[in-house]
Design a protein around this ligand. Sequence first.
Ligand code: HEC
Ligand code: HEC
Ligand code: HEC
Ligand code: HEC
Ligand code: HEC
Length: 485
Amino acid sequence: MKKTIAHGMAAGAVLLMAAGQASAAPTGMQVDTKLFPYAPSLINWEKSKAGFTPPETCAECHPDQYKEWTGSMHALAFQDPIYQGELNKAVKAVGHDVARQCEGCHSAAAVVTGEVKGPGLTGLGPMAMAGVSCDICHSVKGHTGWQTPYHQPENGSFILSPGRDTQDGAVLTKYGPYKGDAVCGGGFHECVESPLHKQTELCGSCHQVHHYQAQIPIEATYLEWKNGPYALKGITCQDCHMVDFETFLRTADQFQKPRRGEFRHYFNGANFLVYSLVEQAAKKAGNDELAANAHRKYEMAIKRLQAAADLEVSPIYRNNRLAELKVRVKNIRAGHNLPTSLTNVRQVWLEVTARDRKGKVLMTTGTVTGTGELPTEARIFNSEGMSESFHFTVDPWKLVAFSRHDSIPPRGYKDVYYGLTAPEGGEVSVEVKLRYRQADQQVAEALLAAVPADVDLEKIYGLKKVPALPVVDMVERKVSFSARK
Ligand code: HEC
Ligand code: HEC
Ligand code: HEC
Ligand code: HEC
Ligand code: HEC
């Protein structure tokens, strides 16, 4: 009898130990480093003698795609000073081995070849500098999304294969949307038809960022899309972001896929701030062509932002007197949440003012100040990141949870109510604005102050200090309501 009990206890202790181990290292959320040798970036590289080709070489035979891609956020992904500032902070905080996670998406080839060894731009070749260039996307042979901790694309889970070895030496292989014929590639490369290039998973490998260790999703554009109505209707990222503005409107409004010849390499989103910085830098360097290109992309980004949302304002009466305003903010054309991605950094907010007939202010949220401060009571659609110690953070290596997540789902809406004391009679006029900027003023200043020494903001961009960040009005509505019902 004694023996049995002792035996039972031992078995219990073994079980407890096993349970203890399991909770210290949750196996379901571990990255398998045999499958992902560049972890925390989940890139794979099929190594051969075939190297990566910088975009200027592709441009010789594909000038249109090159022109469209030049000055895009993909072309800027590595040189972007806001990225370089945050990368520099990341390297200082957690070391370069961890910061490779960032580079895996912002300049993938340079991670597998080992060219980038830290923040900064000095001494790097054209392939590293070109960020998300032609030969990143068109060397993607497949993705490994089902082998990641969440079994979905994330953190760069694609396979780079720029070519293959043959008896006659290395041959370059480019993956694209078409079934290539024998002359496809002009003797420079082979062509392989790739269904992945027409699918969202190509983009999702990079547009789904998970914490390098805890693995929780911190930027989730791919997942937001996947759980939304555009995925249901087969509308991909490419269908909205690889077409011109008019085609995007048709795609979004009618759930209609673009025709073959309508695809363009703009990858235009919302980042008018970086486009305007690039325009400034190009003008300063005397490159008028790049300045004009960046300006067109700036205008395109603003048009997209202004097409993304809509506002509905309606009155609520109590005892026959106007008591509240209801503002409905609708995400009408973004294929993911509004805002998406760096939701803890981007800012979309409401400014509302109601006046009586004589112009006296009955209620106001206030407005952003000349030095870039938001009104303290403004309703902001974005998120707040939390570190392991439950403190506010914007840094991706610290962010493991959200204390608030208030973005608007695709084709969805959020209602906001504003109370007011209406006059006895007459009309109440209401002005509502939905506004957007890339970041909080202090966050932008902190990132730009952290750029590595070889990114001279004054020399390159003519920036002596960070000015108040520009704001875009996404939607503006002026309506009047009777003060009495
Ligand atoms: C899985 C891919 C991926 C990883 C890993 C990644 N990023 Fe990014 N990053 C992106 C994408 C995609 C965007 C663009 C999102 C947008 O503009 O809304 C972006 C945008 C940014 C921006 C904003 C740039 C701007 O001009 O507003 C910063 C800063 C940044 N990343 C820094 C980092 C740092 C630092 C790391 C590593 C700790 C990192 N990223 C890791 C994909 C990634
Ligand atoms: C972010 C990924 C990405 C980058 C970067 C990229 N492409 Fe593409 N490219 C695609 C996708 C996706 C398609 C397929 C679009 C479609 O369905 O037709 C494509 C299509 C093409 C095609 C087929 C014809 C066409 O335009 O549809 C060519 C040629 C091409 N790309 C060349 C280039 C060159 C040259 C560059 C660099 C200047 C480049 N690509 C950069 C993703 C990319
Ligand atoms: C010597 C000329 C030449 C160079 C250099 C060149 N290509 Fe091509 N490529 C072609 C030709 C010709 C085609 C056939 C279709 C066409 O005319 O666009 C083609 C087709 C493509 C396609 C479509 C293939 C498909 O199956 O959908 C992609 C993608 C592509 N090239 C990418 C690239 C990339 C990326 C580079 C640089 C690494 C590059 N090309 C460099 C000549 C070239
Ligand atoms: C290799 C990684 C990678 C792949 C693949 C990729 N992207 Fe990106 N993308 C990025 C990064 C990194 C940025 C942001 C750069 C920055 O802000 O500094 C970005 C930026 C963008 C932006 C601009 C966002 C803005 O704020 O203006 C759009 C739009 C975009 N990508 C769409 C796509 C689409 C569509 C695809 C698929 C065809 C795709 N991306 C594939 C890494 C990638
Ligand atoms: C139905 C059209 C549509 C589809 C589909 C779509 N987008 Fe967008 N996207 C937009 C619009 C409109 C904006 C500008 C408003 C905004 O910032 O959300 C945008 C903005 C963005 C931005 C910049 C966000 C920011 O504020 O910094 C990124 C990055 C992006 N999209 C990536 C993607 C990726 C990746 C996919 C596929 C998973 C995708 N988009 C699918 C319409 C679309």
